[in-house]
Ligand binder design. Structure first.
Ligand code: DGT
Ligand code: CA
Ligand code: CA
Ligand code: ZN
Length: 537
């Protein structure tokens, strides 16, 4: 079926070239598309290096076909799309809008943006000038584009997947969800059969034998209905990432195999059915989905040096919790109860300091710590503020008395120097939410992260992996880099209610995506080891 895919791309290239007035080249792509859509055995030509033997396929077109077989796409298409007049490129992003329609909208109706188009649809201008059918198609396409663009938090995706399991049976979610990325563009669901009745709760956008596209709540879902023997390969393929897959496919080719969403083949013979076996045949152990970002995991796997990434079971406690003493909802007692339910060995209570978040004065803090003395399994902690000059909101003689001190910035944008200075204070054990980002709301501070990692390693200050789903701060790539510097991490939920204590899992996923192992994480230590560790530095 690859020939059909390539032909489709060639047709699109041809139309765009025509719009650009490159008639001759456009014709060449058109003719080539006509030709190859009839050649089912196109892959054989490619494998024998005989593409140029096909009439109408010269060196240049052959190169494009080779690129497709190697990477799954033809970058030339994106390139020429970008060269079109501004506005047309945007219109082309709408599903169902080809170059012809885009040009019509652009030239006849002067529509140069999605906003223009929205207005034209609302005022029924398109219906008047062309047809009602076109108007409806554009309306639908626009809706798909808008839903598709909005990414949701991993935690929100989890809720949706949980609801789905009440509606659909025997499915697995692949894609960025399975890789536990911090945000999810759409859900890619693999199953071997689907009960048509179960689809009633969905808004169906397209329905075919093998693929159903739908909207559920505020997310786009791609269902792939695959054959049993294809399941492992499909799961592997649709888990991605695309970059990971491209590398893997090249490795398969070098070994004389063919890897695609249908299976791993030697000639026409299927040589692996499970994901494990696919990786094994390619000379490596199974790679946890969180690592599949082509960030070195394939090299590591081939050398049998994959990290033993941390697991939820390894987490012995939560190191960032607020109580009703500051801006939290719950009492110390209820939090301790919840900690028991979560099978924790310990927790740290870390309320804010005055004036942040209804925070405690030094006097109140000492009172709280007195109360905490009666709980063996609770660390007397605090989330003290880093002030603009890098000094702290509590005096050293108070900080010294704490079991665990998190220092965080609240309410301003720090410089690198601010954070470095705070880390110089030896009472500080952890820097809380180090980059300050709130996904989709606030961008990261402008910090020289490598300098911070260097100082954190030198001063033995742990960096927090804040598990609050909208923070996830540090993020995956920072963790991986920081680990190279020898930095340790502290996973904390920053809970303001006992319900939020379950967010710890999102911190663990982030840690896993950052290649963090048990030994890199403070709260994988037992209570005594942890106390010794933070007090010795
Ligand atoms: P998302 O949905 O934006 O959060 O990210 P993903 O990774 O779920 O991406 P998506 O939904 O576009 O595609 C799902 C997986 O399918 C992707 O991770 C890898 C695979 N895939 C999609 N398109 C291609 C492609 O053009 N080439 C290759 N090799 N794999 C692809
Ligand atoms: Ca996806
Ligand atoms: Ca998808
Ligand atoms: Zn905070």
């Amino acid at each position: 079926m690859e020939n059909i895919e390539i032909a489709k791309i060639f047709y699109e290239i041809s139309e765009i070239l025509k719009l650009k007035g490159e008639d001759f080249k456009s014709r060449a792509y058109f003719n080539a598309a006509r030709r190859i859509e009839r050649i089912d055995e196109l892959r054989e030509f490619y494998e024998k290096n005989e593409l140029e033997k096909i009439p109408g396929i010269g060196k240049n077109l052959a190169k494009k076909i080779i690129e497709y077989f190697e990477t799954g796409e033809i970058s030339y298409l994106e390139k020429i799309k970008k060269e079109l007049p501004e506005g047309i490129e945007e219109l082309l992003k709408i599903p169902g809008v080809g170059p012809k329609t885009a040009l019509f909208l652009y030239r006849e109706l002067r529509i140069k943006s999605l906003e223009d188009l929205e207005r034209a649809i609302e005022s029924h201008e398109i219906r008047r000038v062309k047809t009602e059918k076109l108007e409806r198609n554009l309306e639908r396409g626009l809706k798909i584009l808008k839903t598709g663009k909005k990414r949701i938090l991993l935690s929100e995706a989890f809720k949706i997947v949980e609801e789905l399991s009440g509606v659909i049976k025997n499915f697995e979610v692949a894609g960025s969800f399975r890789r536990r990325k911090e945000t999810i563009g759409d859900l890619d669901i693999i199953l071997t059969e689907i009960d048509p009745n179960s689809l009633r709760d969905f808004q169906i956008l397209a329905k075919g034998e093998k693929k159903i596209t739908a909207i559920y709540k505020n997310i786009h879902i791609d269902f792939r209905i695959v054959k049993k023997e294809e399941y492992g390969a499909s799961l592997q393929y649709f888990t991605g990432s695309k970059e990971h897959n491209i590398r893997l496919r090249r490795i398969a080719q070098k070994k004389g195999y063919k890897l695609n969403e249908y299976g791993l083949f030697e000639g026409n013979r299927r040589v692996a059915t499970t994901e494990e076996d696919i990786y094994k045949k390619l000379g490596m152990p199974w790679i946890p989905p969180e690592l599949r970002e082509n960030m070195g995991e394939i090299e590591a796997a081939m050398k049998n040096r994959l990290p033993e990434i941390v697991d939820l079971r390894d987490i012995k406690g939560d190191l960032h919790i607020h109580t009703e003493w500051s801006d939290g909802l719950n009492s110390i007692e209820n939090i301790v109860k919840k900690a028991k339910e979560l099978n924790y060995e310990y927790i740290a209570i870390t309320d804010h300091t005055y004036p942040t978040g209804n925070g405690l004065t030094e006097k109140r803090l000492l009172e709280q710590w007195d109360v905490l003395e009666s709980y063996d399994e609770v660390l007397k902690g605090v989330e003290c503020d880093i002030l603009r000059d890098g000094s702290l909101s509590l005096r050293d003689n108070i900080l010294e008395k704490a079991d665990l001190v998190i220092a965080s910035v609240h309410g301003f944008k720090p410089t690198t120097e601010t954070i470095l200075k705070a880390m110089e204070n030896e009472n500080i054990d952890v820097i809380g939410h180090p980059t300050g980002r709130l996904i989709g709301v606030k961008t990261e501070y402008d910090l020289d992260m490598e300098k911070i990692f260097e100082k954190a390693a030198e001063t033995k200050t742990a960096l927090e992996i804040n598990a609050y789903p909208r923070r996830l701060d540090l993020r995956d790539i920072h963790i991986k880099k920081a680990k190279e510097y020898g930095v340790k991490f502290s996973i904390g939920t920053d809970s303001h209610s006992i319900k939020e204590m379950s967010n710890i899992i999102f911190g663990v996923y982030t840690a896993r995506r950052g290649w963090a192992e048990k030994k890199d994480i403070l709260n994988c230590m037992g209570l005594k080891e942890l106390k010794d560790y933070v007090h010795s530095f």
